[in-house]
Design a protein around this ligand. Sequence first.
Ligand code: GAL
Length: 846
Amino acid sequence: MLSKVVDFFMLWLMFSSWVFSVSATVSYDSKAIVINGSRRILLSGSIHYPRSTPEMWPDLIAKAKDGGLDVIQTYVFWNGHEPSPGNYYFEDRYDLVRFIKLVQQAGLYVHLRIGPYICAEWNFGGFPVWLKYVPGIVFRTDNEPFKAAMQNFTEKIVGMMKAEMLFETQGGPIIMSQIENEFGPVEWEIGDPGKAYTKWAAQMAVGLDTGVPWIMCKQDDAPDPVINTCNAFYCENFTPNAKYKPKMWTENWTGWYTEFGGAVPTRPAEDIAFSVARFIQNGGSFVNYYMYHGGTNFGRTAGGPFIATSYDYDAPIDEYGLLREPKWGHLRDLHRAIKLCEPALVSVDPTVTSLGSNQEAHVFSSKSGACAAFLANYDTKYSVNVTFGSAQYELPRWSISILPDCKTAVFNTARLGAQSSEKQMVPVTAAFSWQSYNEERPSADDQNVTVHDGLWEQIFITRDASDYLWYMTDVNIDPSEGFLKSGQDPLLTIWSAGHALHVFINGQLLGTVYGGLENPKLTFSNNVKLSPGINKISLLSVAVGLPNVGMHFETWNAGVLGPVTLNGLDEGTRDISKQKWSYKIGLKGEALNLYTIAGSSSVEWAEGSQLAKKQPLTWYKTTFDAPGGDEPLGLDMSSMGKGQVWINGQSIGRHWPGYIARGGCDACDYAGTYTDKKCRINCGEPSQRWYHVPRSWLKPSGNFLVVFEEWGGDPNGITLAKRTTTSVCADIYEGQPTMKRRGMLISRRTNRLKAHLWCPPGQKILKINFASYGMPKGSCGNFREGSCHAHKSYNAFQKNCIGRQSCSVTVAPEVFGGDPCPGRTKKLSVEAACSPETLAKAKYWL
Ligand code: GAL
């Protein structure tokens, strides 16, 4: 009997696995990715697991799902996973399997960009630095040592995913993978070896038999069956390299990265929505937002060089994990509208007709009766009324209206319907009580220095174990030197490949120079006081993240490559590059682990009146208790210059508020082609002032905070702040298309628009900061009255909202005391102040 049961069980197992393997499929055709037999319009967003904490992941993924995404896209971070050859790390922020399983639990798919070259503003583009020193290596070309290492890591990752049953065909969430990253432009430069490498990479990947499609982005010649995809701010004109491949957009940049010294880029939600609608109306079926949550370059993971610690990216979920409004909500509304169109979109190609000189209709009308239309106005200056079918539609400039039934506009890309909110960093702690320790400067004659004739390249020596490398040498000045009498100090000139340099002469800081993202190289040139006899020259060369993009990674270098010269001596110019130099990797404080409690006890710290202030190369430490509540936290470092910050032994990243944002920050108009030079903010201020402190890194009390400061700053200016919603806004046009929640359509004409305001749970509406029904200007946080304003604009809000967590007011002239400018299209802008948090609960709010 028992054997019969076992037989039956075995049979059932075989049958179910057969059913399973035939049902779980991912393929593609000319229209779309096909999952289990159905063509899908897929909306995807990049969330990079090491750029947040595992504790943040579930909430980020839930917010992505509520934002209407189907897929989470992530790179795989090779240098995080293989810190030394053959030693793998998949814990904590690098727990890739855990991250993918969380996405699966949320019911979303995964697009896994294995690379293993990833670019991503990540240190060395994701390559482990040890790879640079593999004999004979040439990166990203037809080079055996490189290909062997790349294949090894790719196999490792694919093997892990298979073992964990994570590919869709195994019942997992991964529906697609990526090999390489934007190799096309490199191939174009290097020619045949590049072509051979592309073929090899594609074959190698396909040979791994994942059961799901592979893509190569920015790779026009991606060999079959690999799909080539587009990365850009706009991709509507992209076509894949074969008729049987779908039109896919793997990176729609939602903003741009911040560099130290650069202004902070932002991209208007209206323009992102416009770009997506434009891509979909042209037959696109997969859109990924890069980034959906950018997060933080913790530790020394930022690349560049000069990439900031914040990788906020102006993404729909901000660096701290909070919804960025109205961007997140506007894209959620866009996604709902697109999903309503899905049956028509996947069935037919669009028919395009002109609606005017700069206007078009893209209509998807299927035999089965499904019909979706996109009405586009490309004009950057003028809104227009167009006739489509038997109705008239108002199309704001640079916008697309979406009509999921070819009749009713449920969404327009330029009309923000979502509530927006203003978030601020509100200080939470009493002043920190600091202690200081002056970093000991090594000397050329120290015991544990390495001595070498001539100058060494920095990364070769440090292997990137530290940002810092000391170069030290002695200069002998004969007492008979003429400058000693004339007082004409010699000129010291130092050429460095970057990225920053502090120059000390006989223990005194002579000066600091640094490059920038565009040109990391630097030259130091200064007159220098030298005494008769031995003079000590110590150069602290500082790397600020290794480059992440470009060709020939094996040739890149940093540090003082020379020449180093002294000009104005009796002999003329003395080249000191080739003489004896002593080298010391890293700071003494790093070697002593001063950023840990145990390590910090090995030195004497000063406090009170002895506390070092405005002194270069200083360590600071303090302890603090975690503030209550669960709002995200950040450190205001604006009183400091440059260095690194640790909390409880973990580095929250490099700080560099002393690097002020250059460039222009012009007024931002959503209309017109976006570039990363448009709509920038923070000019004349630090590129990055606040530094994210993950809540999960804190204990209730006794948290150990350590700052290493290179330039000199005042630690008493450092404060811990909570990221708090201070006000919420609604900004609504009369007659704007709207959708009821859960996707039901409302007629454009009969719908009574309502302004809804919600403060986060635990907060209440304290006050109406602004309300104007008419033609107000500006955006949440800086609304202004326009030429037309209803004088009773505030009344209804005062009455309905004050003291409540949420409220709504109908947007109609009679509510505001009559029509202030009849015959003109009006809007309502309102901003309400939220009280400070009273309950410390709520995960997030809609
Ligand atoms: C892309 C690249 C990404 C990222 C992006 C800029 O070209 O594929 O990894 O670097 O640029 O943020």
